[in-house]
Design a protein around this ligand. Structure first.
Ligand SMILES: Cc1ncc(C[n+]2csc(CCOP(=O)(O)OP(=O)(O)O)c2C)c(N)n1
Ligand SMILES: [Mg+2]
Length: 599
């Protein structure tokens, strides 16, 4: 890196005193409002009572009432507004926040148009089973009160229909009292397993009308009671018996929480059963990958390849698909609550798996119960290895493996959270030892979520000492890049690494496959896929938004120093982006699977 690099100069300029708390930003002058006077004040008051810390938003007149209430009635605190440049970023940020904390924050989007922009992020959060509370607005629903033109095009009879098929619940309350109840219900439903996004559409008139009289106070906690998610004891006993009798049990560790106790309980269970454990990079990590019982992160490996006799699925995302290799020879115990979300529109529920014992329960609750039924210790024997990674013989041209290797070395023994990984990532490149070491992917396969989710995760991790690192493909980065402005503006330390193969490369492989099947030239696979001529200045796009930009890095020798500088900058409170020019290519196994000539 040259000493005249603007990133380096900026890093040096930032003093620790400038690393301000997000909550100290954008403080309004006092308005003197201390009792709710309008419908939207009631909405704001309820968000406050629900302890919702942030509301990521892009503004709009449909919710100008609520906007005023958050600023002037609440003083922009709990929730604090986080301005976003695109609604997809607003919802993705809330999604990323939930991935780390397990709890919902809020997002607000303007009328039908803002909601249209937000749909991709809604779907990602839905498929990822993450709680997000999205507030929208419409109207005035009363046509006699609408302004000419704009209020008409931005009012829909059933706005919730835009997202209803991938939302757990939605409502359009017709009074402040109904809005308060809707918010309580929304919070309760979104955060009760199986978790998912919810949507509340606030009529402009309900927000803006004066409250005729104060609403009676309510005890918020009594409206959001904890929901029992344990399995009945007789089913736990049955499951324990099956597992006790197993000679080669395999645990499919799927959608589980980021809770450290639950993580330790899973390790203890695997050790008590001597069960091998498979995990899934698409979702947050569920088992230490340096544990002797860890059997790999799978993309559809059937347990018969491990010669299993019993499979315990802890809410595995696609159990039916994973077992396609044959299931006759072993027993299957499925632990999930997911069936409660399955609907007639989305098929993200995946194939229907054969099951011998079904526990409709939360895996985090079932695992300790199984340990108890087995009479096993809840304390894991596992000790993290912290072995330094072995240097590998890597070729001259940079690949994602070089990137991973250099990044791991630059990170050293810092605690990090991998907030996003590119498709071409291999699970063997990074050891995961803690539930927050990796929080999974976008959920719905919607490219563009990486930056926003990483910003949301950085928000949740700020001040924790854990360094958030999002590794995004160049396509993903460019689609979601405006989320970085929000991180820079609200001083959310974050490192983004662009695995820049200058292509929507995944689809080059698809074109190659079609070409092979049809006997057409595979050389043409890049057309309509390559993101070059002109090459995009990824670091420049970051700098333009107030982040620090490093690169493009094209040589291994420059990679380590660039990462070291970027990490130092993030530790000073910056958002930093490192553009790494990598050779297009996936791991050998993935490439072979994607380009094979036949189905
Ligand atoms: C919203 C959306 N648009 C398009 C796609 C199809 N798609 C899947 S992967 C991919 C390429 C993503 O490019 P990049 O992030 O650079 O990753 P790469 O494949 O190059 O590693 C595309 C376009 C998608 N999944 N989602
Ligand atoms: Mg790419």
């Amino acid at each position: 890196m040259s000493p005249t690099n603007p990133a380096r100069a900026a890093t040096a300029r930032l003093s620790p005193a400038e690393q301000v708390a997000t909550g100290s930003l954008e403080r309004p002058i006092p308005s003197g409002a201390n009792a709710p006077g309008f419908g939207s004040d009631v909405v704001a008051e309820t968000l406050h009572a629900l302890d919702i810390p942030y509301i990521a938003l892009n503004p709009g007149a449909s919710y100008r009432g609520l906007h005023d209430s958050i600023v002037n009635f609440l003083g922009n605190q709990k929730p604090q507004m986080l301005l976003c440049l695109h609604e997809e970023a607003a919802v993705a940020i809330a999604h990323g926040y939930a991935k780390v904390t397990g709890r919902s924050m809020a997002a607000a989007v303007h009328s039908n148009v803002g909601l249209f922009h937000a749909t991709m992020a809604f779907f990602n959060a839905w498929c990822d089973r993450m709680p997000v509370i999205v507030l929208g607005a419409t109207g005035p629903v009363d046509a006699a009160k609408r302004r000419p033109w704009i209020d008409w095009i931005h009012t829909a009879r059933d706005q919730g229909a835009i997202v209803r098929n991938f939302t757990k619940w939605d409502d359009q309350p017709a009074s402040p009292a109904a809005a308060r109840e809707a918010l309580l219900r929304a919070y309760w439903l979104a955060n009760a397993a199986p978790r998912a996004p919810v949507y509340i559409n606030l009529d402009a008139e309900v927000q803006e009308s004066k409250l005729p009289e104060p609403l009676p106070p309510i005890d918020t906690a009594r409206f959001i009671p904890p929901v029992e998610t344990a399995a009945p004891p007789q089913l736990i006993r049955k499951a324990a018996e099956i597992l006790k009798g197993a000679k080669r049990p395999v645990i499919y560790a799927g959608r589980v929480s980021r809770d450290l106790n639950a993580w330790n309980a899973r390790i203890a269970l695997a050790e008590a059963l001597n069960a091998r454990v498979v995990t899934d990079l698409k979702i947050g990590c569920a088992f230490p990958t340096d544990h002797p019982l860890y059997a790999g992160a799978t993309r559809g490996v059937a347990p018969d390849s491990f010669e299993a006799d019993v499979v315990l699925s802890l809410d595995w995302v696609d159990l039916g698909g994973a077992l396609k290799g044959g299931t006759a020879s072993f027993k299957i115990i499925q632990v999930t609550l997911d069936q409660h979300l399955h609907n007639g529109w989305s098929m993200d529920y995946q194939a229907l798996p054969p099951v011998d014992l079904f526990l409709s329960a939360d895996p985090d609750v079932v695992v300790p119960a199984l340990l108890e039924a087995l009479g096993a210790s809840a304390k894991p024997r596992y000790v993290p290895s912290y072995k330094p990674a072995e240097p590998k013989q890597l070729g001259e041209e940079l690949t994602n493996e070089h990137l991973a290797y250099a990044l791991r070395h630059a990170v050293g023994d810092r605690e990090v959270c991998l907030t996003h990984l590119p498709l071409s990532w291999d699970a063997d490149w990074w050891t995961l030892r803690h539930p927050l070491d990796q929080i999974g992917g976008d959920g719905g396969g919607g490219v563009g979520g990486g930056p926003g989710m990483s910003v949301g995760a950085a928000l949740a991790l700020k001040g924790s000492g854990r360094l958030p690192i999002g590794i995004c493909g160049d396509g993903d980065y460019m689609m979601g890049v405006t989320a970085l402005w929000t991180a820079a503006h609200y001083r959310l330390p974050l490192l983004i690494v662009v695995a820049n193969n200058r292509s929507f490369f995944n689809d080059e492989l698809h074109q190659e496959r079609v070409a092979r099947i049809r006997n057409r030239p595979v050389e043409n696979r890049w057309i309509g896929q390559r993101i070059s001529d002109p090459d995009i200045d990824m670091a420049g796009v970051a700098r333009a938004q107030g982040a620090l930009g490093f690169g493009p890095i094209t040589k291994m020798a420059d990679l380590g120093p660039a990462f070291a500088e970027a990490i130092a900058a993030v530790e000073q409170g910056h958002v930093a982006v490192v553009d790494v020019r990598v050779k297009p290519g996936y791991t050998a196994a993935l490439t072979a699977a994607m380009t094979r000539k036949t189905e």
